[in-house]
Write a protein that binds this ligand. Structure first.
Ligand code: F6P
Length: 338
């Protein structure tokens, strides 16, 4: 078979291991792999490059994606949808692997409904996709945020300050939640819980009195003040990091406590760099599974991690409904606020 592979949406560590896993497994079946450059954009322009053992052999530890990525949405325009379908024929693809988050896999699900032979591989540092227990990119992102936390806590204690760390994650609080728990933060703000300023200030002051510093983790997706001219991407999503909720929270804390407070936003630093072991293994496993799904004719499905197994689930089960932080995790955060 001739199999196209594309990566769409925000890059994250684990994409290259997934591409590599797929190409390695394809060789077992005697398939030929073709990289579609920059996500759905490459299918519109027919920009491709061959993918063989040599091109993927050394990429297990590389961040980003060797195929490039974009947030192009062909379903914005019916003509673009048809152009993609025609180009699948032009490139001569028997099947397509779409590696992405909710947006990219949402497009894949719609193509599958139109009869395209497509399977999905989930990725996102936000860890907010339904149907899979984890997505690769998340573990690496949180480990980077933990490293930043350690550094910021050193400075906070040295200066007797309060420091606020803003992390990514869009409208799901997973990155902030894991960073907050893993770093031993004194307070963690996630989009799933409306900000309770009085509770936060009280807790921050309790911690400050005990330790002479305090550390707060904030998800970019929390609502502090209402909409300020948000810019939207192709899929209609706001660019949340431009809202600057971390600096805003730090400002409020300083005003209400009178204690010198700083904020740090690590932004895209969380998305780059070498994948952790977890992300390398998960990426490799779902990449391999995608090829096996194609050979089993399981189109319109996604390779998902459920427990310790990689299973094929319908794309429709994964897309369109964000997996947000449930109540029991919020209860755990409360236990750890002392
Ligand atoms: O979805 C991944 C993510 O990193 C989000 O956490 C963040 O809000 C967004 O992408 C940033 O997008 P961009 O790279 O387009 O600025």
């Amino acid at each position: 078979m001739r199999i196209g592979i594309l990566t769409g949406g925000g890059d994250c560590p684990g994409l290259n291991p997934a591409i590599r896993g797929a190409v390695f497994r394809a060789l077992d079946h005697g398939d030929q792999c073709v990289g579609i450059i920059q996500g759905w954009q490459g299918l519109l322009t027919c920009e491709t490059e061959p993918l063989d053992l040599k091109s993927v052999d050394e990429i297990i530890d590389r961040g980003g994606t060797i195929l490039g990525t974009s947030r192009t949405n062909p379903f914005k325009d019916a003509a673009l949808v048809q152009q993609c379908i025609n180009n699948i024929g032009v490139i001569g693809l028997d099947a397509l692997i779409a590696i992405g988050g909710d947006d990219t896999l949402g497009v894949a699900a719609r193509f599958a409904a139109l009869g395209v032979n497509v399977v999905g591989v989930p990725k996102t540092m936000d860890n907010d996709l339904s149907g899979t227990d984890f997505t690769f990119g998340f573990d690496t992102a949180v480990n980077i945020a933990l490293d930043a936390s350690r550094r910021l806590k050193d400075t906070a204690l040295s200066h007797r300050r309060i420091i606020v760390l803003e992390v990514m994650g869009r409208h799901a609080g997973w990155v902030a939640l894991y960073t907050g728990i893993g770093s031993g933060a004194d307070y963690t703000l996630i989009p799933e819980v409306p900000v309770d300023w009085d509770a936060m200030i009280a807790q921050v002051m309790t911690a400050y009195r005990r330790k002479k510093y305090a550390f707060v983790v904030v998800s970019e997706g929390i609502t502090v003040t209402e909409n300020k001219n948000e810019k939207l991407d192709d899929f209609g999503h706001m660019l949340l990091q431009n809202r600057g909720v971390g600096p805003e929270v730090a400002h409020v804390i300083e005003e209400k406590t009178g204690i010198s407070t700083r904020s740090a936003t690590i932004g895209h630093i969380q998305r780059g760099g070498s994948p952790t072991l977890f992300d390398r293994i998960l990426g490799t496993r779902v990449g391999v599974k995608a090829i096996d799904m194609i050979h089993a004719g399981e189109f319109g499905k996604m390779a998902a991690l459920q427990g310790t197994d990689i299973v094929a689930i319908p794309l429709a089960e994964a897309v369109g409904k964000l997996r947000t932080v449930p109540r029991e995790w919020i209860a755990l955060l409360e236990v750890l606020s002392k």
